[in-house]
Write a protein that binds this ligand. Structure first.
Ligand code: ATP
Length: 235
């Protein structure tokens, strides 16, 4: 069974159709790279998966649970690092991640270990006990990413998780994502950077204007589209 199953999804904001007839599946252990220019619909797709925007048509299920019918049950299977960083500024990085682990139902006796492992994977140990309001933008984004992954949900949605993250630390983020997939997590990874998708050995769905323009492996896309896709490599 696919962890995420999106069928013929259409979403509109008033008259503006942001997604049209989008279908995709993500299996356990699979990383799907979601690419596409600004406004293509990547964030809208993720917001629909967590029930934050209501589809005009189509259906979404997470771990077999229909999102429209059972939004809370479906949401419990998803870790979501939104594009907008949402952390508690006066709590420390460790407290943010631990509180989130508790909210997500990580048993109390496992929380410290899960939090420490996640902070360490994202190279946050040294700054774990500083209030988040004193951290840099890239550090905050990594704390936010840690909150999404700490409970090891079956489905992870990461919306441009490396924006503002320096190259060395970006590698750590990508390694963490790859390790989670290797342990069975299904991951939807939105990015503007094709090299990240290559590094993750992800399948790609390229959205354009709210529809799936193409999909496949990176090598396959480069073969088929050459410079159009290579443009994405400039970053
Ligand atoms: P980016 O790469 O810039 O993050 P994206 O692919 O994530 O872009 P979305 O944020 O999903 O794109 O936006 C898809 C379309 O929907 C855009 O045309 C955008 O202007 C529109 N849109 C997004 N959110 C809203 C909203 N709350 N109200 C109205 N229109 C919206």
């Amino acid at each position: 069974m696919a962890v995420l199953d999106v069928r013929d999804l259409s979403v509109a904001y008033g008259d503006h159709v942001a997604l049209r007839d989008v279908s995709l599946r993500i299996e356990p252990g699979q990383i799907l790279g979601l690419l596409g220019p600004n406004g293509a619909g990547k964030t809208t797709l993720m917001n629909a998966v967590v029930g934050a925007v209501r589809p005009r048509a189509g259906a979404i299920s997470v771990c077999g649970v229909d999102v429209a019918a059972h939004p809370r049950r479906a949401r419990a299977y998803v870790g979501y690092a939104e594009q907008e960083i949402a952390v508690f500024p006066t709590l420390t990085a460790r407290e943010n991640v631990r509180d989130w682990a508790a909210i997500c139902g990580v048993p109390r006796r496992q929380q410290d270990e899960a939090v420490a492992a996640t902070l360490s994977a994202l190279l946050l140990d040294r700054i774990a006990d500083r209030q988040v309001r004193t951290l840099s933008g890239g550090q905050r984004r990594r704390v936010h990413c840690a909150m999404a992954t700490v409970a090891r949900p079956p489905l992870l949605l990461l919306d441009e998780p490396t924006v503002g993250v320096d190259p060395g630390t970006r590698r750590a983020v990508l390694e963490h994502v790859r390790e989670l997939a290797d342990a069975g997590t299904a991951i939807c990874y939105s990015t503007h950077y094709l090299p990240e998708v290559e590094a993750l050995q992800a399948e790609v769905v390229l959205l354009a204007d709210g529809t799936v323009a193409t999909r496949g492996g990176v090598a396959d896309l480069l073969d088929r589209y050459g410079s159009t896709v290579i443009d994405l490599r400039i970053a």
